[in-house]
Design a protein around this ligand. Structure first.
Ligand code: MLT
Length: 204
């Protein structure tokens, strides 16, 4: 018998080999990004876990000490826990773990970036919506050729443009193929973000 998977989650089978790993923002649930993910890639399967950390009742993927100040020890532990969940879910649902693309918003984008930096084999690529540098790894991972979208808001009060630039540089130094979409907005997602994310998925 297979072990029960240890994240509350949704899995929606797809019609192509690709699976999207949907990672919600603070206060979200596994339901939040299902229709968004389906709209971004209607053929893909969807794996959508709920973050296990509660901050005043709001689910997150890792603890923070203040806004934009992360509990790095917890982040590292939660990143490995999520990577292990992905591998177990791939076995249980029978999807190809080498074709998994993350689609994360805010806190979800940050854990996706952390997966890329600490467990690069867990993801084939990622769409990071309003991400920041989650941590700087001791050794640079090998992200050679992995497609990564960084969708930033130039007036994001949580993520200063310099932080976005640092993330892009870090991912590029690791060999990733980064597409930066910066727009004149804040932390919220706009029609423009959705259009550019959809175009990015169509280009994969
Ligand atoms: C959030 O509110 O989720 C933050 O902006 C990002 C984070 O804490 O990871």
């Amino acid at each position: 018998m297979s072990q029960p998977l240890d994240f509350i989650h949704e899995f929606v089978p797809g019609k192509s080999a690709r699976t999207l790993l949907l990672l919600h923002g603070t206060g979200g649930t596994e339901q939040d990004l299902l229709s968004f993910g389906h709209a971004m890639d209607p053929q893909a399967a969807l794996l959508s876990p709920r973050g296990k950390v509660l901050e005043n009742g709001m689910p997150r993927f890792f603890r923070r000490l203040a806004e934009g100040v992360f509990d790095e020890e917890d982040l590292i532990r939660r990143t490995h826990e999520l990577a292990d969940f992905i591998a177990q879910a791939a076995t249980q649902y029978g999807f190809d773990a080498t074709k998994l693309i993350a689609l994360g918003y805010s806190n979800g984008a940050n854990i996706a970036a952390s997966l890329l930096l600490l467990r690069p084999a867990a993801l084939a690529g990622a769409a990071l919506l309003r991400p920041m540098v989650p941590l700087v790894p001791k050794t640079l991972p090998d992200l050679k050729g992995k497609p990564i979208l960084v969708a930033a808001g130039n007036h994001d009060p949580i993520v200063p443009p310099a932080n976005t630039q640092n993330l892009v540089r870090l991912l590029e130094r690791a060999g990733a193929h980064v597409t930066l979409h910066a727009e004149e907005t804040g932390h919220n997602l706009t029609e423009q973000t959705i259009d550019s994310t959809q175009r990015w998925f169509a280009s994969l």
